[in-house]
Design a protein around this ligand. Sequence first.
Ligand SMILES: N[C@@H](CC(=O)c1ccccc1NC=O)C(=O)O
Ligand SMILES: [Zn+2]
Ligand SMILES: [Zn+2]
Length: 216
Amino acid sequence: MKKWLDISQPLEQGIAVWPGDTPFTYKVSWSKEESGSVNVGQIQMSTHTGTHIDAPFHFDNKGKKVIELDLDLYIGMARVVHLPTPTAIGIKELSHLDLKGVSRLLIRTDAWKNRKVFPSTIPPIEPGLASFLASKGVRLIGLDLPSVDPIDSKELLAHHELTEHGIHILEGLILENIPPGDYELAALPLPLAEADGSPVRAVIRKAEDDVQRRTD
Ligand SMILES: N[C@@H](CC(=O)c1ccccc1NC=O)C(=O)O
Ligand SMILES: [Zn+2]
Ligand SMILES: [Zn+2]
C-alpha cells in the first residue's frame, strides 16, 4: 500500500493569512506546572487559514454551514492536474484533459511561490468553468491557492458559480512535487456547527493504477 502524503500547510505562528484577518496563534493557556497535571492549549485562527474548505455560508447567508456538508465530498478518488503558472483557470486550460469519471479535481498551479507571504494576485477560476466541470461530474475542486476568485474580488463570482453547480471548494493545498494522476484523497472538515469554513488535514495516496478505477 502506498504511503499517505500530507498536502496541508502546517498551522504555525506566522502562517500567511488573508490581509487583515485574524493571525494564527497557539498557546498553552494552562501549563503542566499551573494545572499540576497537563498542558492545555488554545488556538485562535480564521476559518480561512491554510488548507481549508469553504462552506456556502461563507458567501451566502442562507448557505450550508460546515457541519451540514456531505462527508463523501472530502473522501475518495481525486485527480491531480498540473497547469504550470496559468494567468487564469478556464475551460481553455482544462479542455485538453479527459475528466471523465472525475468527481474530485485538484489543480496544481505552483502560482503561490512564497508561502510566507499572502499573494497579491492569483490565477482565478474563470466564469463558465463551473458549468463545464459540473457537466463532467466534478463535485469538489481543490487548488494550491488561497481563493478561487481574484484576491480583490468582492462579488466572489467563482465561489457563487461553483456552488450553484454543486461544486465544493478546497483551498490552500500544497501540491508542489505532486505528479499529476489519480489519488485517494481525505480532507475532512471539523464538525463545526456554525462555521463558514474549516481547516482540514488534506492527505493523498497514489491510486494503485490510474485507469479503470472506481471514481466515486
Ligand atoms: N473567499 C476567501 C476568503 C475571503 O474572501 C476573506 C477571508 C478572510 C478575510 C477577508 C476575506 N475577504 C474579504 O473581502 C476564501 O474563501 O478563502
Ligand atoms: Zn476560504
Ligand atoms: Zn474561498
